[in-house]
Design a protein around this ligand. Structure first.
Ligand code: NAD
Length: 533
């Protein structure tokens, strides 16, 4: 049974720190009741834009995790017997619900994360795209597939896609609605149940996702939510999961990979990045400057595919810099739920400390601030200006370490090969962007960039929103892929079934072993001649 401390929220938030400044207690309770939590303890979450309390989040124990898996296992058995068409139909309902309820979803995301409304909109958009894509391609990914049998006409081989069972999903705070749901959608479609632990700072957005899944018709116990610190609940989740999907930092990803290895279960890890953008000499500079603002400052740079290193061709460096700095300085920073803000707040004091430290370190070691460079406590407790640095060198922290904030370093390049080598420098390999009028040439450059996604003449949306294309990181940016067939096949085991007619794999028709070996050898040679695989 779940406890729900938030039902006791008093009506007057001025007199009790547990009260919500944003929501009716009943609204919060309807969401937090979904958490499987029996500890009787709660942790207050705060609105980053104001620093005021939002909700009390009931906390789960290791026993609650056990209970979540017990429910998930029961629900999964029945779910795996439902038809693929039924599951796909529910996803199309989810698509409609998310679009119909987008105002509510976006309000909640804005309250919990402090991001600008236009960046919050990306979340229901991404979930609608993901739900529609997987609903419409369900049979392509999951139907039983014919494969080549060894003896033409006599061996019939097929591959079934069997659900893994219960998938554990551990998600971060930066895109709290989409990161909680987008990886779970293909898991459900493939016949799995889910136990999820969203980040503590943004539980409500994730819980609204759970509510919408149920409203779309997914059985309640198919999607189970637990709440609490990752370092406490991570291990109990991994111990019981048949597969782990993790999005978060590289450091945590490595810990999770080790635990999954111990259990020999698979995992996909979507991790950090130090993403480059290349502005080639033939780029449309107006388009590039506009795109660069989105590449660097969407969600205040707290985006895994956000750009933090910009390499600009010498021939256009000064003209591009002028346009990019002007566009950045023209950005409107504001808190609140209204449209019209170009950038919102960072999520927390921790994030503000990291961003401030990276900028102060760079400036102290000789970098120049071309735009921004300071916190903005006048706007809210965790605001930091969109910041452009020039003259960043390898001894500065922000040179190779992920800032995960609105800070971009500008570098000049003379030679394209050198720019590609610098873009490939370091241990990350998540996302890159290339601006060039010659798309064919840009595609050739893209192939040399060691990143899981490369966007040409766009910041990150071209790949991220193309759900049929796999998304994820090379090197220390991750393992496995979300989206596309890769994003759903990770949640299935392949099962090969082959039936044999007439001939058997042993001597027959009076042949001895040696004669059988000779006949088989002749057949192999013949099949090669016939061009058979
Ligand atoms: P984080 O790794 O600290 O936390 C992410 C999640 O992991 C949270 O739910 C947290 O509670 C949980 N967690 C923490 N320690 C754990 C442990 N020991 N065992 C199990 N779970 C644990 O990351 P963060 O700082 O919250 O998120 C920001 C990072 O995530 C950035 O580095 C960013 O690049 C990355 N990120 C990547 C993607 C992507 O798709 N590649 C998307 C978003 C964020």
């Amino acid at each position: 049974m779940s406890v729900n401390p938030s039902t006791q929220l008093p009506a007057d938030p001025e007199h009790d720190p547990r009260a919500s400044y944003a929501f009716e207690p009943e609204y919060v309770a309807a969401l937090t009741n979904r958490i499987i939590a029996t500890t009787g303890t709660g942790v207050t979450s705060y609105a980053p834009a104001t620093g005021k309390p939002l909700a009390v989040i009931p906390q789960s124990s290791a026993d609650d995790v056990k209970e979540a898996f017990a429910r998930a296992r029961r629900a999964q058995q029945a779910w795996a017997r439902t038809s693929l068409d039924h599951r796909a139909e529910l996803l199309l309902r989810l698509h409609d619900l998310v679009l119909d309820r987008q105002d509510e979803i976006i309000d909640l995301i804005c309250w919990e994360s402090g991001k600008a409304r236009k960046h919050a909109f990306d979340e229901p958009l991404h979930i609608a795209l993901t739900a529609r894509y997987y609903a419409r391609t369900a049979h392509d990914h999951l139907d039983t597939e014919r494969r080549l049998g060894v003896i033409p006409g006599l061996t019939r081989a097929e591959v079934n896609r069997v659900p893994k069972g219960v998938v554990g999903i551990i998600s971060p705070w930066n895109y709290p609605f989409t990161m909680a749901l987008c990886d779970g959608i293909p898991a459900l479609l493939a016949g799995n149940a889910v136990v999820t632990k969203p980040d503590a700072q943004t539980m409500l957005s994730a819980l609204l996702g759970a509510q919408l899944l149920e409203e779309a018709g997914f059985p309640k116990d198919l999607w189970n939510v637990v709440a609490g610190p990752g370092r406490e609940l991570g291990t109990p989740i991994i111990e019981r999961s048949d597969y782990i999907c993790f999005t978060g930092s590289t450091a945590t990803g490595k810990l999770i990979a080790k635990q999954c290895a111990d259990r020999l279960i698979g995992c996909s890890l979507e991790l950090g990045g130090k993403n480059p953008i290349l502005i080639l000499r033939d780029a449309d500079l107006d388009k590039a400057a506009e795109g660069a603002v989105r590449a660097c400052f969407s969600n205040a740079g707290q985006l895994c595919v956000s750009t933090e290193r910009m390499f600009v061709a010498d021939q256009v460096y000064d003209r591009f810099k002028e346009k990019f700095v002007a566009a950045t300085k023209a950005m409107k920073l504001s808190a609140g739920l209204e449209w019209g803000s170009d950038m919102g707040s960072l999520i927390s004091q921790d994030q503000l400390d990291t961003v401030t430290a990276h900028v102060e370190d760079a400036v102290a070691k000789g970098a120049t601030v071309l735009a921004g460079g300071k916190a903005r406590p006048d706007l809210g407790p965790y605001y930091f200006e969109p910041t452009i640095l020039e003259g960043v060198t390898p001894e500065m922290t922000c040179f190779g370490n992920e800032t995960f904030g609105p800070v971009i370093s500008l570098y000049r390049f003379h030679d394209e090969a050198d720019a590609i080598a610098r873009a490939n420098d370091g241990e990350y390999g998540l996302n890159a962007s290339i601006y060039s009028r010659d798309v064919k040439r840009a595609r050739i450059v893209a192939r040399q960039v060691k990143c899981g996604t490369v966007n040409i003449n766009e910041a990150f949306g071209a790949t991220f929103a193309s759900i049929d294309a796999p998304m994820g990181g090379m090197r220390e940016s991750g393992m496995g892929r979300r989206q596309g067939s890769e994003g759903i096949h990770r949640y299935t085991e392949t099962q090969a079934v082959a039936s044999q007619a007439l001939l058997r794999f042993a001597p027959q028709f009076g042949l001895n072993d040696q004669q059988y070996a000779r006949v088989m050898t002749t057949s192999l040679r013949l099949m090669k001649k016939m061009g058979r695989a």
